[in-house]
Design a protein around this ligand. Structure first.
Ligand SMILES: [Zn+2]
Length: 278
């Protein structure tokens, strides 16, 4: 894995801390925002809604089918309402390709791109170069490992995290193919009950972001909490994929609570525990 060699001064560290602690404060306007999302007809208008209500630092829905873009915004809104502090980690939302291109521009020391994600007080030109180049290298590794599906989360310590999508047309063969695999995986218990949609894949990725807000699955408390379930219980009562690691277990639990009309016991217990620590 690519490693980032970059040290922050105390002041930069404080600025990053403040950045991570930002909160979504438009939760009381959620139904109005929701209506606006339904009413508009283009991806450009959807981007404007995300900007107006500050869903994230940067959104680029170029190449997205409007039908998919609308679903992305609904998921973001729903997640931000339930976890307002998720805002601090939602830096870049867009396609894989555009994210990589964005980081590559940063790697050229282009301060315009640094400002677009609000990093101008933390990064000087040199840091932008180091960070951007590192990001491009990381993307290439992730893409090469074939870890990408409909959606993925690239963690960059809250500096320029990416919530990414295969810039999708809903009639794309790749999209339909991925969707049919998800449905099958839900039926056979590889993924949790109710997690059979585009949204559930995004909620799973958001689950990783939420987990990172308090490093629950990495903490002693979190590990001890998760250890109360045997892997058999997790495979039966959540999903088989959840047995892969504590991180996947938390992401699957959060995905089930967001996606299922009647989330089961293990998913609910983990979700509530994580919610309490965020
Ligand atoms: Zn995952």
């Amino acid at each position: 894995m690519a490693k980032l060699e970059m040290e922050l001064t105390d002041e930069q560290g404080e600025l990053l801390e403040a950045r991570l602690n930002r909160s979504f404060d438009k939760g009381n306007e959620a139904s109005l925002i929701c209506r606006k999302i339904e009413e508009v007809a283009t991806t450009a208008e959807l981007e404007n809604i995300a900007r107006e209500y500050r869903f994230c630092d940067k959104i680029d829905l170029f190449g997205f089918d409007v039908y998919i873009a609308r679903r992305v915004l609904r998921v973001l809104l729903n997640a931000l309402v339930r976890f307002p502090k998720l805002r601090g980690r939602l830096n870049y939302v867009g396609s894989y390709q555009n994210y990589e291109a964005f980081l590559s521009k940063m790697g050229e020391g282009d301060m315009g791109f640094v400002r677009e994600v609000g990093l101008q007080n933390i990064f000087d030109e040199n840091m932008a170069r180091t960070f951007g180049r590192f990001g491009v290298e990381l993307c290439k590794e992730l893409w090469a490992d074939d870890m990408m599906s409909l959606s993925a989360y690239v963690s960059m310590g809250g500096l320029c995290n990416g919530l990414l999508f295969d810039s999708v047309g809903r009639q794309d063969f790749a999209y339909l193919n991925a969707l049919s695999a998800i449905r099958k995986n839900e039926q056979i218990g590889f993924h949790p009950k109710g997690c059979d949609s585009f949204e559930s894949v995004v909620y799973h990725e958001i689950g990783h972001m939420v987990d990172e807000m308090c490093f629950f699955s990495f903490s002693e408390e979190g590990t001890a909490f998760l250890a109360q379930y045997s892997s058999e219980e997790i495979a039966q009562g959540l999903s088989r994929y959840a047995t892969a690691s504590p991180q996947e277990c938390v992401a699957e639990a959060i995905a089930e609570v967001f996606s299922s009309p009647s989330p089961r016991k293990i998913a609910t217990e983990i979700y509530e525990k994580v919610q309490n620590c965020t």
